[in-house]
Design a protein around this ligand. Structure first.
Ligand SMILES: [Zn+2]
Length: 403
Protein backbone atom coordinates (compact mmCIF):
# COMPACT_ATOMS: atom_id res chain seq x y z
CA UNK A 1 0.00 0.00 0.00
CA UNK A 2 1.39 3.37 -1.09
CA UNK A 3 -0.14 6.80 -0.56
CA UNK A 4 -0.97 6.75 -4.26
CA UNK A 5 -3.21 3.72 -3.69
CA UNK A 6 -5.47 5.71 -1.38
CA UNK A 7 -8.02 7.99 -3.01
CA UNK A 8 -8.11 11.57 -1.71
CA UNK A 9 -6.94 12.60 1.80
CA UNK A 10 -4.09 14.61 0.31
CA UNK A 11 -4.02 16.83 3.39
CA UNK A 12 -3.13 13.95 5.71
CA UNK A 13 -0.53 12.50 3.34
CA UNK A 14 1.02 15.97 3.02
CA UNK A 15 1.12 16.44 6.78
CA UNK A 16 2.83 13.08 7.36
CA UNK A 17 5.38 13.44 4.58
CA UNK A 18 6.22 16.97 5.69
CA UNK A 19 6.80 15.79 9.25
CA UNK A 20 9.34 13.24 7.98
CA UNK A 21 11.07 15.68 5.67
CA UNK A 22 11.29 18.37 8.31
CA UNK A 23 12.53 15.83 10.86
CA UNK A 24 9.56 16.56 13.07
CA UNK A 25 8.14 13.09 13.19
CA UNK A 26 6.58 12.28 16.57
CA UNK A 27 7.56 8.87 17.90
CA UNK A 28 3.98 7.94 18.75
CA UNK A 29 1.12 8.75 16.39
CA UNK A 30 -2.58 8.11 16.86
CA UNK A 31 -4.51 7.78 13.60
CA UNK A 32 -8.16 8.44 14.33
CA UNK A 33 -10.85 7.78 11.75
CA UNK A 34 -14.37 6.34 11.66
CA UNK A 35 -15.09 2.75 10.63
CA UNK A 36 -14.57 2.23 6.93
CA UNK A 37 -12.18 5.19 6.72
CA UNK A 38 -8.58 4.99 5.54
CA UNK A 39 -6.98 5.07 8.99
CA UNK A 40 -5.39 1.62 8.70
CA UNK A 41 -4.62 2.13 5.00
CA UNK A 42 -2.81 5.39 5.77
CA UNK A 43 -0.87 3.67 8.56
CA UNK A 44 0.23 0.98 6.09
CA UNK A 45 1.18 3.50 3.42
CA UNK A 46 3.05 5.61 5.93
CA UNK A 47 5.01 2.63 7.29
CA UNK A 48 5.82 1.65 3.70
CA UNK A 49 7.01 5.21 3.04
CA UNK A 50 9.17 5.31 6.17
CA UNK A 51 10.87 2.01 5.34
CA UNK A 52 11.26 2.59 1.58
CA UNK A 53 14.96 2.54 0.69
CA UNK A 54 14.44 4.67 -2.40
CA UNK A 55 13.05 7.68 -0.62
CA UNK A 56 16.15 9.75 -1.14
CA UNK A 57 17.55 10.07 -4.58
CA UNK A 58 19.94 12.49 -6.13
CA UNK A 59 18.34 15.60 -7.59
CA UNK A 60 20.08 14.99 -10.94
CA UNK A 61 18.45 11.61 -11.32
CA UNK A 62 15.12 13.10 -10.37
CA UNK A 63 15.45 15.90 -12.89
CA UNK A 64 16.27 13.40 -15.63
CA UNK A 65 13.14 11.52 -14.80
CA UNK A 66 11.02 14.42 -16.06
CA UNK A 67 7.95 15.75 -14.24
CA UNK A 68 7.65 15.19 -10.49
CA UNK A 69 5.65 12.44 -8.87
CA UNK A 70 2.48 14.47 -8.92
CA UNK A 71 2.82 15.42 -12.56
CA UNK A 72 3.92 18.97 -11.85
CA UNK A 73 6.58 20.73 -13.90
CA UNK A 74 10.10 19.49 -13.19
CA UNK A 75 11.91 21.48 -10.54
CA UNK A 76 14.96 23.32 -11.87
CA UNK A 77 17.95 21.21 -10.83
CA UNK A 78 19.82 22.80 -7.95
CA UNK A 79 23.39 23.79 -8.67
CA UNK A 80 24.93 21.50 -6.08
CA UNK A 81 24.28 17.81 -5.69
CA UNK A 82 21.40 18.15 -3.25
CA UNK A 83 19.16 15.27 -2.32
CA UNK A 84 15.57 15.23 -3.42
CA UNK A 85 13.26 13.32 -1.17
CA UNK A 86 10.37 11.51 -2.73
CA UNK A 87 6.84 12.01 -1.35
CA UNK A 88 5.68 8.42 -1.67
CA UNK A 89 7.18 4.96 -1.34
CA UNK A 90 8.72 3.67 -4.57
CA UNK A 91 6.78 0.40 -4.50
CA UNK A 92 9.63 -1.59 -6.08
CA UNK A 93 12.56 -1.67 -3.63
CA UNK A 94 13.04 -4.83 -1.52
CA UNK A 95 11.55 -3.03 1.49
CA UNK A 96 8.42 -1.95 -0.39
CA UNK A 97 7.99 -5.49 -1.74
CA UNK A 98 8.12 -6.90 1.79
CA UNK A 99 5.63 -4.27 2.95
CA UNK A 100 3.32 -5.23 0.11
CA UNK A 101 3.24 -8.75 1.56
CA UNK A 102 3.01 -7.42 5.14
CA UNK A 103 6.26 -9.22 5.88
CA UNK A 104 8.73 -6.47 6.70
CA UNK A 105 10.82 -7.68 9.66
CA UNK A 106 10.90 -4.23 11.27
CA UNK A 107 7.19 -3.55 11.06
CA UNK A 108 5.38 -5.19 13.94
CA UNK A 109 1.64 -5.64 14.23
CA UNK A 110 -0.64 -5.83 17.24
CA UNK A 111 -4.41 -6.28 16.98
CA UNK A 112 -7.24 -7.55 19.19
CA UNK A 113 -7.55 -11.33 19.34
CA UNK A 114 -9.15 -13.98 21.52
CA UNK A 115 -8.60 -17.61 22.24
CA UNK A 116 -9.95 -19.99 19.59
CA UNK A 117 -10.43 -23.74 19.32
CA UNK A 118 -6.72 -24.11 18.56
CA UNK A 119 -5.11 -21.14 20.32
CA UNK A 120 -5.53 -20.96 24.09
CA UNK A 121 -4.57 -18.86 27.10
CA UNK A 122 -1.37 -16.82 26.93
CA UNK A 123 -0.92 -17.89 23.33
CA UNK A 124 -3.87 -15.70 22.35
CA UNK A 125 -1.62 -12.89 21.14
CA UNK A 126 -1.14 -11.26 17.76
CA UNK A 127 1.82 -13.33 16.58
CA UNK A 128 -0.24 -16.53 16.84
CA UNK A 129 -2.56 -15.10 14.16
CA UNK A 130 -0.05 -13.44 11.85
CA UNK A 131 -0.94 -15.64 8.87
CA UNK A 132 -4.63 -14.75 9.21
CA UNK A 133 -3.73 -11.10 9.75
CA UNK A 134 -1.75 -10.96 6.50
CA UNK A 135 -4.71 -12.52 4.77
CA UNK A 136 -7.05 -9.93 6.34
CA UNK A 137 -4.87 -7.02 5.19
CA UNK A 138 -4.51 -8.63 1.78
CA UNK A 139 -8.28 -8.66 1.34
CA UNK A 140 -8.78 -5.03 2.30
CA UNK A 141 -7.18 -2.32 4.41
CA UNK A 142 -10.67 -1.13 5.33
CA UNK A 143 -12.01 -4.19 7.15
CA UNK A 144 -13.90 -4.06 10.43
CA UNK A 145 -13.28 -5.81 13.71
CA UNK A 146 -16.27 -8.06 12.99
CA UNK A 147 -14.71 -9.13 9.70
CA UNK A 148 -11.36 -9.74 11.39
CA UNK A 149 -12.95 -11.95 14.04
CA UNK A 150 -14.86 -13.83 11.39
CA UNK A 151 -11.65 -14.46 9.47
CA UNK A 152 -9.53 -15.85 12.32
CA UNK A 153 -12.41 -17.73 13.89
CA UNK A 154 -12.90 -15.77 17.11
CA UNK A 155 -16.48 -14.70 16.51
CA UNK A 156 -17.91 -16.09 19.71
CA UNK A 157 -15.21 -14.81 22.05
CA UNK A 158 -14.37 -11.49 23.66
CA UNK A 159 -11.36 -9.92 21.97
CA UNK A 160 -8.62 -7.90 23.60
CA UNK A 161 -4.99 -6.90 23.53
CA UNK A 162 -3.68 -8.71 26.58
CA UNK A 163 -1.05 -8.03 29.18
CA UNK A 164 1.00 -10.82 27.62
CA UNK A 165 0.87 -8.83 24.38
CA UNK A 166 2.39 -5.77 26.05
CA UNK A 167 5.41 -7.92 26.98
CA UNK A 168 5.74 -8.94 23.34
CA UNK A 169 5.54 -5.29 22.25
CA UNK A 170 8.41 -4.33 24.51
CA UNK A 171 10.35 -7.45 23.57
CA UNK A 172 10.17 -6.88 19.83
CA UNK A 173 11.11 -3.20 20.12
CA UNK A 174 14.15 -3.95 22.25
CA UNK A 175 15.67 -5.92 19.38
CA UNK A 176 17.87 -4.09 16.91
CA UNK A 177 16.16 -3.38 13.62
CA UNK A 178 16.98 -5.94 10.96
CA UNK A 179 17.11 -3.77 7.89
CA UNK A 180 14.72 -0.80 7.95
CA UNK A 181 15.71 2.67 9.00
CA UNK A 182 12.88 2.45 11.53
CA UNK A 183 11.27 -0.03 13.83
CA UNK A 184 7.54 0.45 13.55
CA UNK A 185 4.86 -0.88 15.87
CA UNK A 186 1.36 -0.62 14.44
CA UNK A 187 -1.38 -1.22 17.02
CA UNK A 188 -4.81 -1.64 15.43
CA UNK A 189 -7.75 -0.75 17.70
CA UNK A 190 -5.81 0.09 20.89
CA UNK A 191 -9.21 0.75 22.51
CA UNK A 192 -9.30 -3.04 23.05
CA UNK A 193 -6.15 -2.97 25.17
CA UNK A 194 -6.59 -4.45 28.58
CA UNK A 195 -5.76 -1.69 31.10
CA UNK A 196 -2.80 -3.73 32.33
CA UNK A 197 -1.51 -3.96 28.75
CA UNK A 198 -1.95 -0.23 28.25
CA UNK A 199 -0.13 0.49 31.50
CA UNK A 200 2.55 -1.99 30.48
CA UNK A 201 3.52 -0.01 27.40
CA UNK A 202 3.25 3.53 28.82
CA UNK A 203 6.94 3.83 29.48
CA UNK A 204 8.11 2.60 26.09
CA UNK A 205 5.42 4.69 24.41
CA UNK A 206 6.80 7.77 26.10
CA UNK A 207 10.47 6.99 25.62
CA UNK A 208 10.85 4.45 22.86
CA UNK A 209 14.27 3.24 21.68
CA UNK A 210 15.88 5.34 18.94
CA UNK A 211 14.24 5.27 15.49
CA UNK A 212 11.12 3.58 16.84
CA UNK A 213 7.71 4.76 15.73
CA UNK A 214 4.40 3.76 17.26
CA UNK A 215 1.34 4.06 15.05
CA UNK A 216 -1.93 3.50 16.88
CA UNK A 217 -4.98 3.16 14.66
CA UNK A 218 -8.31 3.78 16.35
CA UNK A 219 -11.98 4.48 15.68
CA UNK A 220 -12.72 5.87 19.08
CA UNK A 221 -10.46 8.06 21.19
CA UNK A 222 -13.06 8.19 23.94
CA UNK A 223 -12.42 4.56 24.78
CA UNK A 224 -8.67 5.10 25.08
CA UNK A 225 -6.97 5.65 28.39
CA UNK A 226 -6.01 9.28 28.95
CA UNK A 227 -2.46 8.15 29.65
CA UNK A 228 -2.21 6.68 26.14
CA UNK A 229 -3.87 9.69 24.54
CA UNK A 230 -1.51 12.14 26.21
CA UNK A 231 1.53 10.27 24.88
CA UNK A 232 0.49 10.26 21.23
CA UNK A 233 0.17 12.85 18.52
CA UNK A 234 -3.29 12.89 17.01
CA UNK A 235 -3.68 12.54 13.23
CA UNK A 236 -7.32 12.87 12.19
CA UNK A 237 -8.43 10.90 9.17
CA UNK A 238 -11.83 11.95 7.91
CA UNK A 239 -14.38 9.58 6.40
CA UNK A 240 -14.34 9.29 2.63
CA UNK A 241 -16.76 11.61 0.83
CA UNK A 242 -19.60 10.06 -1.20
CA UNK A 243 -17.78 11.14 -4.31
CA UNK A 244 -14.52 9.47 -3.27
CA UNK A 245 -16.32 6.22 -2.40
CA UNK A 246 -18.07 6.28 -5.78
CA UNK A 247 -14.78 6.90 -7.60
CA UNK A 248 -13.13 3.97 -5.79
CA UNK A 249 -16.03 1.66 -6.66
CA UNK A 250 -15.92 2.70 -10.30
CA UNK A 251 -12.15 2.75 -10.80
CA UNK A 252 -11.00 -0.12 -8.63
CA UNK A 253 -13.99 -2.43 -8.49
CA UNK A 254 -15.65 -1.95 -11.87
CA UNK A 255 -19.01 -0.97 -10.41
CA UNK A 256 -21.20 0.84 -12.99
CA UNK A 257 -21.34 4.59 -12.42
CA UNK A 258 -25.00 4.89 -11.46
CA UNK A 259 -24.89 2.00 -9.01
CA UNK A 260 -21.64 3.33 -7.54
CA UNK A 261 -23.19 6.70 -6.65
CA UNK A 262 -26.24 5.04 -5.09
CA UNK A 263 -24.08 2.69 -3.01
CA UNK A 264 -21.76 5.50 -1.97
CA UNK A 265 -24.71 7.48 -0.64
CA UNK A 266 -26.03 4.44 1.24
CA UNK A 267 -22.67 3.68 2.81
CA UNK A 268 -22.30 7.25 4.09
CA UNK A 269 -18.50 7.41 3.94
CA UNK A 270 -17.81 3.83 5.05
CA UNK A 271 -15.77 2.37 2.20
CA UNK A 272 -15.88 -1.18 3.51
CA UNK A 273 -19.65 -0.98 3.81
CA UNK A 274 -19.86 0.26 0.22
CA UNK A 275 -17.67 -2.62 -0.96
CA UNK A 276 -19.83 -5.06 0.93
CA UNK A 277 -22.98 -3.58 -0.56
CA UNK A 278 -21.42 -3.78 -4.01
CA UNK A 279 -20.65 -7.47 -3.74
CA UNK A 280 -23.62 -8.76 -1.82
CA UNK A 281 -27.24 -9.14 -2.63
CA UNK A 282 -28.40 -6.24 -0.49
CA UNK A 283 -31.97 -6.51 -1.65
CA UNK A 284 -32.21 -9.50 0.64
CA UNK A 285 -31.40 -7.52 3.79
CA UNK A 286 -33.81 -4.83 2.74
CA UNK A 287 -36.69 -7.25 2.15
CA UNK A 288 -35.93 -8.99 5.43
CA UNK A 289 -35.99 -5.74 7.38
CA UNK A 290 -39.21 -4.63 5.70
CA UNK A 291 -40.94 -7.92 6.54
CA UNK A 292 -39.65 -7.78 10.09
CA UNK A 293 -41.07 -4.28 10.60
CA UNK A 294 -44.39 -5.47 9.23
CA UNK A 295 -44.49 -8.30 11.79
CA UNK A 296 -43.70 -5.82 14.56
CA UNK A 297 -46.38 -3.41 13.41
CA UNK A 298 -48.97 -6.18 13.15
CA UNK A 299 -47.98 -7.57 16.57
CA UNK A 300 -47.45 -11.06 15.14
CA UNK A 301 -45.74 -12.35 18.25
CA UNK A 302 -45.40 -16.01 17.33
CA UNK A 303 -43.94 -15.09 13.94
CA UNK A 304 -41.56 -12.70 15.64
CA UNK A 305 -40.31 -15.57 17.79
CA UNK A 306 -39.65 -17.71 14.70
CA UNK A 307 -38.06 -14.75 12.96
CA UNK A 308 -35.65 -14.24 15.86
CA UNK A 309 -34.91 -17.98 15.92
CA UNK A 310 -34.16 -18.02 12.20
CA UNK A 311 -32.03 -14.90 12.36
CA UNK A 312 -30.23 -16.29 15.39
CA UNK A 313 -29.10 -19.27 13.33
CA UNK A 314 -27.68 -17.05 10.58
CA UNK A 315 -24.07 -15.91 10.77
CA UNK A 316 -23.02 -12.74 12.55
CA UNK A 317 -22.51 -11.05 9.21
CA UNK A 318 -26.13 -11.57 8.19
CA UNK A 319 -27.37 -10.29 11.54
CA UNK A 320 -25.11 -7.29 11.25
CA UNK A 321 -26.24 -6.65 7.68
CA UNK A 322 -29.87 -6.73 8.71
CA UNK A 323 -29.33 -4.22 11.50
CA UNK A 324 -27.13 -1.95 9.39
CA UNK A 325 -29.64 -1.99 6.55
CA UNK A 326 -32.35 -1.17 9.10
CA UNK A 327 -30.32 1.72 10.50
CA UNK A 328 -29.79 3.14 7.03
CA UNK A 329 -33.50 2.90 6.30
CA UNK A 330 -34.50 4.48 9.59
CA UNK A 331 -32.06 7.33 9.09
CA UNK A 332 -33.45 7.97 5.65
CA UNK A 333 -37.00 7.77 6.97
CA UNK A 334 -36.08 10.61 9.32
CA UNK A 335 -34.77 12.92 6.62
CA UNK A 336 -37.31 11.83 4.04
CA UNK A 337 -40.12 14.27 4.90
CA UNK A 338 -37.75 17.24 4.86
CA UNK A 339 -35.37 16.36 2.09
CA UNK A 340 -35.52 16.18 -1.61
CA UNK A 341 -33.10 15.10 -4.29
CA UNK A 342 -29.58 14.56 -3.06
CA UNK A 343 -30.29 14.31 0.64
CA UNK A 344 -32.27 11.13 0.28
CA UNK A 345 -29.91 8.23 -0.22
CA UNK A 346 -32.40 5.54 -1.16
CA UNK A 347 -33.30 3.61 -4.25
CA UNK A 348 -36.90 3.42 -5.42
CA UNK A 349 -38.23 0.41 -3.48
CA UNK A 350 -36.61 1.63 -0.29
CA UNK A 351 -37.96 5.08 -0.90
CA UNK A 352 -41.47 3.64 -0.98
CA UNK A 353 -40.77 1.94 2.35
CA UNK A 354 -39.48 5.18 3.90
CA UNK A 355 -42.56 7.01 2.71
CA UNK A 356 -44.96 4.47 4.24
CA UNK A 357 -42.91 4.07 7.38
CA UNK A 358 -42.78 7.80 8.06
CA UNK A 359 -46.59 7.68 8.19
CA UNK A 360 -46.72 5.11 10.99
CA UNK A 361 -43.75 6.28 13.06
CA UNK A 362 -43.07 9.79 14.30
CA UNK A 363 -39.48 11.09 14.09
CA UNK A 364 -39.15 10.56 17.83
CA UNK A 365 -40.18 6.93 17.48
CA UNK A 366 -37.84 6.37 14.55
CA UNK A 367 -34.98 7.85 16.54
CA UNK A 368 -35.78 5.60 19.47
CA UNK A 369 -35.89 2.56 17.19
CA UNK A 370 -32.55 3.47 15.64
CA UNK A 371 -31.01 3.74 19.12
CA UNK A 372 -32.27 0.25 19.93
CA UNK A 373 -30.87 -1.18 16.70
CA UNK A 374 -27.52 0.39 17.48
CA UNK A 375 -27.60 -1.01 20.97
CA UNK A 376 -28.32 -4.51 19.64
CA UNK A 377 -25.43 -4.21 17.17
CA UNK A 378 -23.24 -3.35 20.13
CA UNK A 379 -24.47 -6.35 22.14
CA UNK A 380 -24.01 -8.74 19.23
CA UNK A 381 -20.50 -7.43 18.68
CA UNK A 382 -19.89 -8.39 22.32
CA UNK A 383 -21.29 -11.88 21.92
CA UNK A 384 -24.81 -11.52 23.24
CA UNK A 385 -27.02 -14.50 22.39
CA UNK A 386 -28.39 -13.41 18.99
CA UNK A 387 -31.80 -15.13 19.34
CA UNK A 388 -32.49 -13.48 22.68
CA UNK A 389 -31.11 -10.09 21.61
CA UNK A 390 -33.19 -10.07 18.41
CA UNK A 391 -36.37 -11.21 20.11
CA UNK A 392 -35.91 -8.59 22.82
CA UNK A 393 -35.35 -5.99 20.11
CA UNK A 394 -38.45 -7.16 18.19
CA UNK A 395 -40.66 -6.80 21.27
CA UNK A 396 -39.32 -3.33 22.03
CA UNK A 397 -39.82 -2.22 18.43
CA UNK A 398 -43.38 -3.57 18.50
CA UNK A 399 -43.99 -1.59 21.69
CA UNK A 400 -42.74 1.60 20.12
CA UNK A 401 -44.66 1.16 16.89
CA UNK A 402 -47.96 0.46 18.68
CA UNK A 403 -47.97 3.10 21.41
ZN1 LIG B 1 10.60 1.53 -1.87
Amino acid sequence: MRFADITGLEEVKEQLVNSVQANHLAHALLFVGPEGSANLAIALAFATYLQCTNREKSADAAADAGPGLFGGPPEPAPAKAAVEVSRDACGVCPSCLKMAKFQHPDVHWVYPVSSTSTVKGDNAVSKSFITEWRQFLGQSAYGSLGEWRHLYGGEDKQVNISKEESRNIIGSLMLKSYEGPYKIMIIWLPEYMHPSAANGILKILEEPPAKTIFILVTHDTEKLLATILSRTQLVKIRAFSDNEVAQILIQQHEVPEEKASALARLAAGNLQEALRLATEATDESFALFRDWMRLCYERQYSKLVSFSDDMGKMGRDSQRNLLLTGLNLLRETLVYPYASGDLVRLQSEELAFAERFSKVATPLKVQHMADLLNQTLYYLERNANPKIALLDLSLKLTGILRT
